[in-house]
Ligand binder design. Structure first.
Ligand code: CA
Length: 433
């Protein structure tokens, strides 16, 4: 088969796997998905690369050693504690590995299916595995690309008339975030301390954040960087993206409101950013490509691209108080509402000549939809605490309390299968005294 028809076969909705759990119609990790991550387990605490399939993880290092996975590298790029060396091999290599895995895991392929000894070594139950940060992240940038979110925040922090500043409609606004505090799903997050400016006092006080919030975002991971001084054209930008994750940009709203003028958020955002452990490739997301919202005014030439560049990704946020059995879903929205596309974000990021590197993480910005149950932050959902949310097992929330566990989920719904992201979870610990 040609490379193109091999690639198309990986997205065939009728393709099933001999890993039966992957064939459940609502499972995030179908054979059409095959997201990459880094894991270890109780038998082997060495971190290595894996791909999620149903309730299992395929150990890529084992397959490579058995000669079942061909990559254009002499060394075993899968026996690493990050995906960076694999990603650095380039898009043809990622695409080829995903095609080889799809073929190996397809129901009719006996090579691994009927080799019990090798299968026993190559498949690890996800429930027995520990997941780690999938990439070593040299740099993290966060954008602000949802028109609904920017309008909501602008009308609360300023006023309705000046909600959207004039530059917002001309460029994907962003800022340089903090890569060192990006953590993988499941890592507890400590409530930050900082400067708080109370409305009835002239000077700030120092103390624990009282308005701790989430930001529902996705992130994309740079797969092919650019050299210093050489921008990435908007039309070429998607070829530089390895894949996407869910991202929670934890935010201390009271710290933010006091510190953000004139240079933007600092302590309000630097204490933690949580990402989901599995990177879903753009090759897996391709069937879910949809048109981005109409852009008016027409963007400047360097921000133009033909065709469709948004993706239909359903997103949800759930909150579970400490000790509660059930979580309450507090927001439902979709990535397709984003005004600026990932390609435009990357073109804008690099147009100054700024370089990017393999593993760089780019946050979408909070993803808010048009209705008041589709907002991607508590700030918007409760309108800065004025309309507290009711929780399933009683009680209300204006902002996050200690012991609350917040979970982001996301998936693309195909015909009888899903391409999902898994979850992005964090529990809040009390501030340091
Ligand atoms: Ca953000």
């Amino acid at each position: 088969m040609s490379a193109l028809s091999d690639l198309q076969a990986t997205r065939d909705p009728s393709r099933k796997s001999w890993v039966e759990s992957a064939n459940e119609p609502r499972h995030d990790f179908s054979i059409q998905n095959l997201p990459f991550g880094i894991f270890s387990d109780s038998h082997d605490d060495a971190r290595r690369a894996g791909v999620a399939i149903g309730d299992e993880i395929v150990d890529l290092s084992v397959l490579h050693a058995a000669g079942l996975l061909t990559v254009p590298a002499k060394a075993d790029v899968f026996a690493r504690d990050s995906l960076n060396d694999f990603i650095a091999l380039g898009r043809d290599a990622w695409r080829s590995v995903r095609i080889q895995l799809s073929n190996l895991l397809a129901r009719d392929t006996s090579t691994l299916r009927d080799n019990a000894a090798l299968r026993g070594k190559a498949l690890v139950r996800r429930a027995d595995a520990r997941l780690h940060l999938p990439v070593q992240i040299p740099g993290y940038t966060d954008f602000y690309s949802s028109k609904e979110h920017a309008t909501n925040v602008g009308s609360m922090f300023r006023d309705l008339k000046n909600a959207l500043l004039p530059n917002w409609s001309e460029m994907p606004i962003g800022y340089n975030g903090r890569a060192s505090s990006v953590v993988v799903s499941g890592t507890p997050v400590r409530r930050p301390n900082g400067q708080l400016k109370l409305p009835d006092q002239e000077r700030p006080v120092f103390g624990a954040c009282r308005k701790l919030d989430i930001e529902l975002e996705t992130g994309f991971v740079i797969g092919g960087g650019n050299a210093l001084g050489e921008p990435i054209a908007c039309a070429d930008a998607e070829a530089h993206i390895f894949g996407m994750v869910l991202l929670n940009d934890w935010s201390a709203r009271d710290i933010q409101q006091w510190e953000y003028v004139p240079l933007g958020p600092f302590n309000a955002k630097t204490f933690a950013t949580t990402i989901s452990p599995w990177i879903v490739t753009l090759d897996a997301l391709e069937p879910f490509r949809v048109a981005q919202p109409q852009q008016e005014p027409r963007p400047l030439a360097y921000l133009r691209h033909d065709g469709e560049h948004a993706f239909d990704i359903a997103l949800e946020v759930a909150l579970r108080p400490q000790g509660a059995k059930e979580a309450t879903t507090i927001a439902r929205t979709n990535f397709r509402h984003m005004y600026w596309t990932m390609a435009q974000q990357l073109a804008h990021h690099t147009v100054s000549g700024c370089n990017t590197r393999v593993g760089d993480l780019m946050g979408s910005g909070t993803i808010s939809g048009p209705t008041d149950d589709s907002y991607g932050s508590l700030l918007e959902l409760t309108w800065n605490g004025k309309k507290p949310l009711e929780l399933k097992e009683g009680g209300t929330r204006s902002f996050i309390e200690d012991g609350d566990e917040l979970t982001l989920a996301g998936w693309c719904q195909g015909d009888g299968y899903r391409v999902g992201f898994g979850s992005c979870v964090g529990e809040i610990l009390p501030a340091r005294g």
